[in-house]
Design a protein around this ligand. Structure first.
Ligand SMILES: [Zn+2]
Ligand SMILES: [Zn+2]
Length: 221
């Protein structure tokens, strides 16, 4: 296979290509098989990104047979040289905000629903934090106490409703369905699908370090 990737693809071309993919632009590339490009917590097929990035640079869209993908390919080199992270399909990224598209969509729903959408929705997040506070409900970690003004207002928000229960008409209830947790606890909750509950996580912590004083979780969990 020849390599028709033009020289000079820069990160702005790659970001613009990713924005195109977000908008659902048409292209001839299939789903990625072994690897994904990680960007802003989302995964993209590397060849589709580079094929579209080439068009941003030259005006000509490359097709799937114009270049190879995979490890040590020119395609991956373009992405890596521009500072993008490529991860394997199976690899779960350290933070649940970065779970793959296939993990966070409800298959079979008329509209594919991103669960992380609920964890990121600023309005719902704010209401959950107003209700529960911004400390981690599992371990009590408080970013404001640990990092001062830098940590102020920082917390992840975990969405507790199982995927199977989410239908098309589901509307997030910030108090019933969301819980502020620190990124460490959030990652631990998502070590299993469906996620552990916050109570279960606290049981793990208590078993590992009995008697350690943790700030009790507030409210229902
Ligand atoms: Zn925590
Ligand atoms: Zn979560």
């Amino acid at each position: 296979m020849s390599n028709k990737i033009p020289r000079g693809i820069a990160s702005q071309h790659i970001v613009a290509a990713i924005r195109d993919l977000d908008r659902g632009v048409r292209h001839g590339f299939g789903e990625s098989t072994g690897y994904d490009v990680l960007f802003e917590g989302r995964r993209y097929a590397p060849k589709a990104v580079v094929g579209l990035a080439a068009r941003k640079l030259t005006g000509v869209l490359l097709g799937p047979y114009d270049f190879k993908g995979g490890l040590k390919s020119a395609c991956f080199r373009v992405l890596e040289n521009n500072g993008f992270t490529i991860i394997t399909k199976g690899e779960t990224s350290p933070f649940p905000d970065e779970v793959s598209d296939s993990d966070r969509h409800v298959e079979g729903a008329v509209q594919r629903i991103s669960v992380n959408r609920f964890e990121r929705d600023p309005e719902a997040r704010a209401r959950a934090i107003r209700h529960y506070g911004s400390r981690c409900l599992a371990c009590g970690f408080d970013f404001r106490l640990a990092y001062g003004t830098l940590g102020e207002g920082f917390i992840h928000v975990h969405h507790t409703v199982p995927l199977a229960q989410i239908g098309k008409s589901y509307i997030v209830d910030p108090v019933d369905d969301l819980r502020p947790v620190c990124p460490n606890c959030h990652a631990m909750l998502h070590k299993r699908t469906p996620p552990y509950t916050i109570d279960e996580l606290r049981e793990f912590m208590e078993a590992a370090n009995p008697g350690v004083q943790r700030t009790p979780a507030r409210g229902r969990r």
